[in-house]
Every structure is written in structure tokens, then in C-alpha cells.
Design a protein around this ligand. Structure first.
Ligand code: ARG
Length: 705
């Protein structure tokens, strides 16, 4: 029985570390000893020869890595898929291996030119012959997997390698007889780990820890109940033995210097064939189209990065480069993913950046009925801030109420089909919801070159000298826009936190409201309380705003204010009765500016106006945000994030916070419409008011003159 097992090896006559194509080779050029390598190889050779037949291929001068015959190709029965090496340093081995396979009567399949695949180094049969595990990510391309499945007529399970030390599948993964699997999980992405766990029951998994993994313990030759490897810890050996195997160690340190060990030095050329196996590949591909300033806006990089980071791979089928400064480019890209699930995730992210799926132009969106009020179907498409269209009955519908993190609901109305973004709780039985990612497209306007190159985040008080000037620049820009929005009767919504009051911004925000620059105010209980405390008692949370020191008994101030306003029944009544004579809330009431105060668990009081029913508060926020042209987010992380989620793209957002993390979080919506400013909010408001005054007085002078 053992006699029928055959391996191919290649004597290390020309072996050396001559170049660096994996991290193990770094620092090891010409550092391996020729004699020691020969000795180690001989020991391995004899060990294997005791239990199987070993064929030899003649080593070729100038191809030092040819000893690693695992990379010659992938054999199943009498068929072989010849390797296509990723690195030119090894491509010269291909003809030698090809000749050998042909001389032995194998049917040789060759992959297309630019489709790398490194043979049994990256593809391992389940030892029961039921399926093939195939790696990708470093040396082999995902797109080679469907061809392998077809040629060998076997199910291929694609695994994505993530750690460059484990660049070949056989460096971190070793199926053993009896359905066992010895592997190092951190070498794979989480999707691949799930796939492995679905196929291999827990009692058959032999998990290798990092110290063993870096000794190439997974790079094991398995002949029936025997495993041959470089080295294993006592603990690992015990676990392998418990599974019924005998462990043979044979030192291969000289080959580790090139990134290989026992398994790499061998190729099993007799693989058990199961008759009722069938080609199955989960690899899906999909062609998409991108148009726009692909290169100078970095869009193409962003898209291709998304594909690779998401676990897929790509092939650029067509690239049409725009010739003029203003002309756009066009690219057609074929995307592959190891499963439908992964593909869906990738495509939905690509749709977000405006990529159009070619096939999907011809397909309707997949819809599923709402079966319970307030609950969407599994797998519903999650909406984004970008204007979206959905194809239903061959017709593209524009989605209404665009916002992120919603579902797209399709309903039949007397005027025909209507698509709208809805938050989950608003879904109703009778509506259908878009699932999957087909039949969807987002419209992204092509950004002007100037806008694209504008810095997206300004830093003040956190960085060097030039930043002061940069905040001034952005204040100028915001002031200009506020002015224009006001003059054309547009809408500016402000979300503000209590910090606005503590930092002395109340007078400036009051000024903006009074002068007609603000059309709605969104906040919580605290900003209103502190604002009125300041106006009534001159303190904010008990601290004197003029002198900056705590007032005796001041900690009670804010509770007194809440209590008094509660007596009046509302902020408006308190203002009308002369209790509150200035400040942000005063100006809102006096100028008929609607405000919404959303409650939270930590609110004192609360004020009678604070909405403690959060669903109602969200609805009120959404209502006040309708039609906004600009949102000024002033030092209130939670309210601002809430607002950001309700807002479609196209609405300019200016986020001011002293904490850079908040600014990044809020302004990172992948669009040029949001600007982040890291600075003290009181200071920002004072600069803004100053600038607006300058603008206005200039107009005033013209009028007078
Ligand atoms: N230096 C070789 C390379 O980087 C080592 C190959 C190891 N082979 C293997 N099947 N893991 O390609």
C-alpha cells in the first residue's frame, strides 16, 4: 500500500539563497551552508524513501529554489496544473517541471500568462480526496481557482492568506489523514477561518501556535499515520500523537532560510482520486464600470484597495484615460471573490463610491416583503448618504429621503412605485425591501479638481504655527457660505453641545441666531440649561463666566434654573415672562427659530422642553433637518453623529471640536462636503462672528457710499 505512494523531489545541487522573495530570505542571502543543506536534504530523502517511492527531477543551474518541488504544479491522478510563478526569480523553473511531467505521461494544463498559481505550495487536498483547499493573497491569484476546479473536476475552497510570513498555503495549513487538519489560524482572514471551521469539526482541528508555526510545523509531509516535519514542540507533538500519528522530526534549518521545509521539498504525485467528486467553485466574478477622475481623485486606488482588503481580487479589463485636465477616465474591472457573501460585501462598498455594476444595469433589484412591522428581511441592503437609484420592473427609481443606515422600501402608491429610505422601525408590512446588491446604483457627482485637492481637515491648537492661518481660512469660507445661504433664503441647522457655553461661545451663537444665520437648533438638555444659567446667574455649571472661578454654592445654580423653568412650563414662557433675557435659547424664542432638545439618561430635570422619548426626538430632529443646506456641528459628538446619519450627501457639514478623533469620525464621510476643524469652539465662533461682521460692514460701506 505504502509502495503506491510517490513523491517528487529535487536534489539541492544548485540550492542557495540568491534573492529575497519572502520574509524568511531577508538577511539570509548566501548564508546557507551547502554541505549542511545537502546533509539535511539527504536525511529527509531517506526518511521518505523508507515509506514511499521518491522520483527525482534533475536540478537546473541558476534556479536555486527548484528544490522546492511542491511548487512544480498540482497533481491529481494523471492530470497536472503546471505552476505559473509569481516572481520572475522562479519562472525559469516552469519548463523543467513541464518536461518532467510530460515524460511521466501526465496531462499538463497551463494557466494563462498573467495568472499566477504556485502549485501544491498553494493547494492542498483534503487527505480523503473530497475537496481542494486553495490559497490566494500572495503567490496565487484567486482567478486561477475556477480553472483548477474545472481541470481537476473537484470542489475548490478558497482561503485568503494574510500574514506574509505564511505566503504559501502549505506553510500554515496541513490536512492530515482521517480528516484532521493542522493549521495556524491567524494566517487567514476571518472569512477563511469560518470556512475552515464549517468543514472541519473541532475535534479534528490541531491548532498550531505561533512558535511552532514559525518553525514550519505545518509544513509537514503526511504518509498514512506518519508525519515528517522540521521540528515541533512537545505540546504539539503530544496533540498530533493523540490524533493517532507518529511524529518524525528532521532538521531542515538550511531550507528555512529560503522560507521552506519538509512539505515544500516534496510533491506528492499520487493523489487519491475519489470517483464521485465534482467541480464546484464558489469563486464568483462580476464586471463593474467606473467613471470619473479616477486617477487624480485616487478613485481607482480606493476601489482596487476595497476589493483586495475585502478578500477579492481584480483584473482591469479596460482603462480609458481622460486626456484633458477636466476630462474623466473610464475603467472596466472584473472582480472575483471567493463566495457570494464576500462579493456582496465588496460590491456594496464599491456602489458607495459610485461604481456601477455592468451586469446589474440589466437586472432588477431583489426585493423581499416586510413580514413584521419594524423588522426588515435578513440581508437587507444598507443605505448610504449618496443619492441612490434602484431598478424595479425594468425601471430606475430615485430613492427618496436618502440617509445612511436605512433600508430601501418599495411601496405601491396610486402614482406608481415609490422607493424610499426608511429606518428599520418604520418598515411596514405590505412594503418590499431591497436585499443583496443587484439593481442598485449611486450617483456621485464628479468633484472639481480644486475641491478634490482642498485639505479636508484643519487643525488648530493641535499643530504647528501655520494652522492658525488655516483656521482663519476656513472661517472665511464658512462665513462666506453662511452669508450666501442667508441671502438666498436657505437653511442652516446648528447642533451644539454645552461646551459652546463653557467656552464663552454663547454670545457669538446668539449673535448668529439674531442676525438670521441659523434656521434651526438641535441639542440636548444641557446646552439649554447652561445657556439659561449663564443668562440668569452669570455662571455655567456654577463657574463664573467672567472671572472663570467657581462661585460659592454655584453647583446648585443649574438645578435652580431647571426648577424655575419647570415652574413656567416651557422655555418660551420663561422668556416671555422676562426670566431669561439673553442667550441662545432667548434668541431662538425671540426670533422664532425652532429648536429640538433630545434627552439622555444623564439629564438633570429635565427641562420641560427636553424630549425624553428618543424616537420622538429623532423624528423631530429629522423634521428640522429637512431641506438643510449646511449643518454646523459644534462640539457635540452624539448629537452630531445622530444628525450625520440622517443627512444625505450634498449637505455641507462643518464639524468643530477640540478632539481630533471626533472631527475625523464626523468628517470622514468620504465626500468633500464635510469639513472638520480641530479647535476650541468658543474661539471658532468668535472668529466666525468677526468675519461675518467684516463682510457685512463692507456691504454697508458700499451702500452708504
Ligand atoms: N524560496 C521559495 C519561494 O519563496 C520557497 C518556496 C517554499 N515552497 C513552499 N511550497 N512553501 O518561493
Amino acid at each position: 500500500m505504502t509502495e503506491s505512494i510517490r513523491f517528487l523531489m529535487c536534489s539541492p545541487d544548485h540550492y542557495d539563497v540568491d534573492y529575497v522573495i519572502n520574509p524568511w530570505m531577508e538577511g539570509n542571502i548566501h548564508k546557507s551552508s551547502f554541505d549542511k543543506a545537502r546533509e539535511q536534504w539527504q536525511s529527509l530523502y531517506h526518511l521518505i524513501k523508507d515509506h514511499a517511492i521518491v522520483d527525482l527531477v534533475t536540478p537546473a543551474k541558476g534556479w536555486p529554489d527548484m528544490v522546492f518541488t511542491a511548487n512544480a504544479g498540482l497533481v491529481l491522478d494523471k492530470t497536472v496544473v503546471l505552476s505559473r510563478f509569481y516572481h520572475k526569480e522562479r519562472q525559469g523553473e516552469e519548463p523543467y517541471f513541464k518536461t518532467w511531467f510530460e515524460s511521466q505521461g501526465f496531462t499538463v494544463h497551463e494557466l494563462p500568462k498573467d495568472l499566477p498559481f504556485e502549485g501544491a505550495g498553494d493547494a492542498l487536498f483534503d487527505r480523503e480526496g473530497r475537496y481542494l483547499w486553495a490559497g490566494y493573497g500572495f503567490r496565487s491569484e484567486l482567478d486561477s481557482h475556477p480553472l483548477i476546479a474545472e481541470w481537476l473536476d473537484i470542489e475548490v475552497l478558497s482561503l485568503r492568506l494574510m500574514d506574509e510570513r505564511f505566503y504559501h498555503l502549505d506553510t500554515c495549513f496541513c490536512p492530515l489523514k482521517g480528516g484532521y487538519l493542522m493549521y495556524y489560524p491567524p494566517a487567514f482572514d476571518s472569512y477563511s477561518n469560518r470556512l475552515i471551521e464549517m468543514r472541519i469539526p473541532p475535534e479534528k482541528r490541531i491548532i498550531v501556535e505561533e512558535p511552532d508555526a514559525v518553525n514550519f510545523a505545518c509544513n509537514t509531509v503526511n504518509i498514512n499515520q506518519m508525519v515528517i516535519m522540521n521540528k515541533a514542540s512537545e505540546n504539539l507533538k503530544a496533540r498530533i500523537e493523540e490524533a493517532g500519528f507518529t511524529v518524525l522530526e528532521t532538521s531542515l534549518t538550511e531550507f528555512l532560510k529560503a522560507g521552506g521545509a519538509a512539505k515544500c521539498l516534496t510533491l506528492r504525485v499520487t493523489e487519491p482520486v475519489i470517483v464521485d467528486r465534482h467541480a464546484v467553485v464558489k469563486v464568483e466574478s462580476h464586471t463593474v464600470l467606473m467613471e470619473g477622475h479616477l486617477l487624480d481623485a485616487g478613485l481607482i486606488n480606493r476601489a482596487l484597495d476595497l476589493v483586495v482588503e475585502g478578500g477579492g481580487s481584480f483584473k482591469v479589463l479596460n482603462f480609458n484615460l481622460g486626456e484633458q485636465r477636466q476630462s474623466t477616465s473610464k475603467a472596466e474591472i472584473k472582480i472575483s471573490a471567493p463566495s457570494h457573501e464576500v462579493m456582496e460585501e465588496i460590491i456594496s462598498q464599491l456602489i458607495d463610491i459610485g461604481v456601477v455594476s455592468l451586469e446589474d444595469d440589466q437586472r432588477d433589484a431583489r426585493l423581499q416583503p416586510v413580514e413584521q412591522d419594524g423588522v426588515g428581511p435578513d440581508d437587507f441592503y444598507v443605505s448610504t448618504i449618496y443619492p441612490t437609484e434602484v431598478r424595479v420592473d425594468g425601471q430606475w427609481l430615485t430613492v427618496q429621503n436618502q440617509r445612511m443606515d436605512g433600508a430601501i422600501a418599495i411601496s405601491e402608491t396610486p402614482n406608481g412605485l415609490v422607493a424610499q429610505c426608511k429606518i428599520l422601525r418604520d418598515l411596514k408590512v405590505g412594503e418590499r425591501v431591497v436585499v443583496d446588491v443587484v439593481g442598485l446604483r449611486t450617483i456621485r457627482k464628479t468633484e472639481s479638481r480644486e475641491a478634490r485637492n482642498a485639505p479636508q481637515e484643519f487643525s488648530f491648537m493641535s499643530a504647528g504655527v501655520s494652522s492658525e492661518r488655516r483656521v482663519e481660512l476656513i472661517v472665511e469660507q464658512v462665513a462666506w457660505e453662511l452669508r450666501q445661504i442667508r441671502d438666498r433664503g436657505g437653511k442652516v441647522v446648528v447642533t451644539a453641545g454645552p461646551v459652546v457655553i463653557h467656552t464663552g461661545g454663547a454670545q457669538h451663537l446668539s449673535h448668529l441666531i439674531r442676525e438670521g444665520y441659523v434656521q434651526a437648533l438641535l441639542g440636548g438638555n444641557a446646552i439649554a440649561v447652561h445657556d439659561m444659567e449663564q443668562s440668569i446667574m452669570g455662571t455655567s455649571l456654577g463657574v463664573d463666566m467672567k472671572q472663570g472661578i467657581a462661585v460659592k454654592g454655584g453647583h446648585r445654580h443649574h438645578l435652580n434654573v431647571i426648577n424655575t423653568v419647570r415652574r413656567y412650563g416651557s422655555i418660551a414662557t420663561a422668556v416671555e415672562n422676562g426670566l431669561v433675557k439673553s442667550g441662545v435659547m432667548y434668541e431662538c424664542v425671540k426670533n422664532n427659530i425652532p429648536f429640538s432638545l433630545a434627552g439622555s439618561i444623564r439629564d438633570d430635570g429635565p427641562l420641560p422642553d427636553t424630549q425624553m422619548d428618543l424616537i420622538k426626538a429623532q423624528e423631530h430632529y429629522a423634521e428640522l433637518l429637512q431641506g438643510a443646506d449646511m449643518i454646523l456641528m459644534l462640539s457635540s459628538m452624539l448629537h452630531s453623529i445622530g444628525v450625520g446619519n440622517m443627512t444625505p450627501s450634498g449637505v455641507k457639514m462643518v464639524c468643530v471640536d477640540i478632539n481630533p478623533a471626533v472631527v475625523t469620525k464626523l468628517s470622514d464621510r468620504g465626500s468633500v462636503e464635510s469639513i472638520g476643524v480641530v479647535t476650541d469652539v468658543g474661539l471658532f465662533l468668535s472668529l466666525l462672528v468677526n468675519q461675518l461682521d467684516k463682510l457685512t460692514s463692507r456691504y454697508g460701506v458700499v451702500q452708504v457710499g
